[in-house]
Design a protein around this ligand. Structure first.
Ligand SMILES: C[S@@+](CC[C@H](N)C(=O)[O-])C[C@H]1O[C@@H](n2cnc3c(N)ncnc32)[C@H](O)[C@@H]1O
Length: 310
């Protein structure tokens, strides 16, 4: 039996956390061209059409869902498209880390989740802070386009855009994008959608997040069986999830979750014996973005081991 490949090539997929940030898109695409970003591309129908129609532009698609990414990779492969790169991330994280200020000529999002219930509104993507972040990543003549089926979300975004340095224009339009969600609402009888186009009026400075150099720790004595780890909730939220100890290899593995705003990192810390010392550092094979929160995890492990000797 032959397993059918789920995607044709992984080449357009970028493991962004392993690349120097912010990413140099000219280098990634091998040319300097206007950079366009689609947030939450779903099945990627519109992204593929645009990339085919505008071959002189570089396109980046961001999604959180792997199934969507797999579908888009397959479609990119089938059409032999060279001007799309794909990132799996929360758009808030990607814009903070991966794109330099004033690097994008256009950002758009089609039918973003409207989170209609009041108690869920905190999940809405196009909040004031996010619009300010979008502003900083757009070039001076850059544009943001958001299309929604949901009038209340549209008005909420308009209210949020005050103080974002972006000037909105609202237009009611008929079905124009032929995406899964547009078709879904059209089939349910909706004939009119809300298109918001924001022009950048003034630049708002939101610096790119920078990586830090992680400091590993060394201790002379360590009793794994007596180790008690406690999480932390100040700035970064740290939780310790599990711990494994291999007495033969003198190696302890500690799984930690660190949440810094929209960035969630679930990774392992290792405590290994080297000579007469134990070294505390991120475990090999874990992909992580070196942040203050990751450093906090290493420091907490160090403090817990040091307190064993006290
Ligand atoms: C309602 S669907 C719309 C999909 C597609 N644009 C369409 O029109 O069919 C919203 C999409 O946004 C993605 N999404 C939601 N929040 C996101 C975020 N913070 N960053 C990136 N993608 C996100 C979801 O995974 C989902 O595929």
């Amino acid at each position: 039996m032959q397993v059918k490949p789920k995607y044709i090539s992984l080449e357009p997929f970028l493991p962004w956390f392993q690349l120097p940030k912010p990413i140099s898109w000219d280098k990634v695409f091998g040319r300097s061209s206007p950079l366009v970003l689609e947030i939450g591309f779903g099945r990627g129908e519109y992204l593929v059409r645009r990339a085919l129609d505008e071959p002189y532009k570089n396109f980046v698609g961001i999604e959180i869902g792997w199934i969507s990414i797999r579908k888009l990779l397959r479609s990119i492969g089938k059409h032999g498209i060279k001007n799309i790169k794909v990132i799996q991330a929360d758009a808030r994280v990607a814009l903070e880390w991966v794109f330099a200020q004033k690097s994008l000529s256009m950002i758009y999002s089609l039918f973003p989740c409207p989170w209609p219930k009041r108690r869920h509104q905190k999940h809405r993507l196009f909040s004031r802070d996010f619009l300010r972040l979008v502003n900083s990543r757009l070039q001076m003549d850059g544009k943001l386009m958001v299309v929604t089926d949901h009038m209340a979300y549209c008005h909420w975004i308009l209210a949020q855009s005050q103080g974002s340095g972006l000037a909105p224009e609202l237009e009611r339009i008929g079905p124009s994008f032929a995406t899964k969600y547009e078709k879904k609402w059209t089939q349910l009888g909706q004939k009119e959608f809300f298109r918001l186009i924001f022009r950048k009026l003034e630049h708002i400075e939101v610096p790119e997040r920078g990586e830090i150099s992680l400091k590993t720790h060394r201790v002379r004595a360590f009793s794994p069986e007596k180790l008690t780890l406690r999480g932390h909730k100040d700035g970064a939220v740290v939780e310790f999830k599990e711990m494994l100890y291999d007495p033969l290899r003198q190696k302890t593995m500690i799984r930690a979750l660190v949440v810094e705003g929209p960035l969630r990192q679930d990774f392992w810390v290792q405590v290994v014996k080297r000579g007469d010392q134990w070294i505390i550092g991120p475990a090999k094979g874990c992909s992580l973005v070196p942040t203050q929160g990751v450093q906090r995890v290493l420091d907490l492990v160090f403090e817990a081991i040091s307190s064993q000797q006290a």
